[in-house]
Design a protein around this ligand. Structure first.
Ligand SMILES: Nc1ncnc2c1ncn2[C@@H]1O[C@H](COP(=O)(O)OP(=O)(O)OP(=O)(O)O)[C@@H](O)[C@H]1O
Ligand SMILES: [Mg+2]
Length: 316
């Protein structure tokens, strides 16, 4: 018969066994928990690493993209510089040839004069040559100056134009008015469709430049001299977007010109002094100065339409 004390010992031993078992189990749970934690930590580390890698890749991509944009800009600039050099080369070349001719004529005149062999006919011939040479030099230099002035306008940043608040319709009418003397020589009629009192706050000089270049093209290219013609300028303001339609009903453009019309140096009027910069300047102003868009529809014999959207501020 077990004594009470022995019973108590057995009981205690059983309790100890249970406790030991529980402790083993909790050790097991702790171990599992620690293992899981370790796995999680590893995963977390791996995630952090892959995050860092993605961030680095993204930075590299961003840098590469910036470099590409810069490279494209440089390539475009390179083409432009080559174009400028090519265009200016012609008038400067003509000027140099004319000066050389004049120089030669002076040398010949001097020789005859010193030999006391100068006839009236010689002198007249000299004066004619000198006159013609000087005229050519002046015209060529004028052309070079015109070209350089246009090149300067290509770069939007170089045109300082202060933002001002104005009534679009009134302002457009003012611009058209400055063309009155040129339009008088033609039979071109201009209609403006515009709601009165449309106030905007934007770049007036650049807007005028856009209209000027488009109007100059209508006068130079859309209609033959003396031909009746029409231009429609329709203006609409929708929130901060100023929509301009500029349409003529004239000759339109050949497909090959239309496709490249906004590129610099594309012109069909080189003989009339065109340098092919007008629409390039319009494009740069619309997209860079106004953050807008321009679309051209034109067909030979069916007129030309420019759809322009400018981002402006609307006061009040
Ligand atoms: N309204 C139009 N109708 C018909 N052809 C046009 C019209 N506007 C432009 N063009 C064509 O697009 C070409 C390019 O025009 P752009 O204004 O860029 O150059 P340009 O007028 O020839 O020279 P610049 O403007 O430098 O004096 C013109 O030479 C002409 O062939
Ligand atoms: Mg032009």
């Amino acid at each position: 018969m077990a004594t009470d004390a022995e019973k108590r010992i057995i009981e205690l031993e059983q309790q100890i066994a249970i406790l030991q078992d529980t402790s083993r189990q909790s050790n097991l749970v702790r171990k599992r928990y620690q293992d899981a934690l370790a796995v999680l930590k590893e995963k977390d580390l791996a995630l952090k690493k892959s995050n860092q890698r993605i961030e680095k890749d993204f930075d590299t991509l961003k840098r590469m993209q910036q470099e590409l944009v810069e490279k494209e800009k440089m390539a475009a600039l390179g083409l432009l510089v080559a174009g400028v050099a090519h265009e200016v080369n012609t008038p400067i070349g003509v000027a140099i040839t004319s000066i050389s001719t004049c120089n030669e004529a002076i040398r010949h005149l001097k020789k005859l004069y010193r030999a006391e062999d100068l006839s009236e006919n010689d002198l007249e011939m000299f004066l004619e040559t000198a006159d013609e040479s000087v005229r050519l030099v002046r015209e060529s230099l004028d052309q070079a100056v015109r070209l350089i002035r246009s090149f300067k306008q290509i770069s939007v940043d170089q045109n300082i134009d202060d933002i001002r608040q104005f009534d679009v319709c009134e302002y457009l009418s003012d611009i058209i008015r400055t063309f009155r003397s040129q339009l008088k020589k033609t039979k071109i009629q201009i209609d403006i469709e515009c709601r009165q009192g449309m106030m905007v706050k934007t770049y007036p000089g650049s807007l005028a430049q856009i209209l000027n270049n488009l109007l100059a093209n209508v006068i130079n290219y859309a209609y033959s001299p003396g031909q009746q013609g029409k231009v429609l300028i329709r203006v609409d303001l929708e929130n901060d977007q100023l929509h301009l339609l500029f349409a003529d009903e004239g000759k339109g453009m050949e497909e090959g010109i239309k496709e490249r019309a906004f590129q610099p140096f594309v012109t069909t009027g080189r003989d009339k002094g065109g340098s092919g910069l007008g629409l390039n300047i319009v494009y740069n102003l619309v997209t860079q100065r106004f953050g807008g868009q321009i679309k051209l529809e034109s067909q030979k014999g069916a007129g030309s339409r420019f759809f322009i959207t400018l981002v402006v501020m609307v006061p009040g």
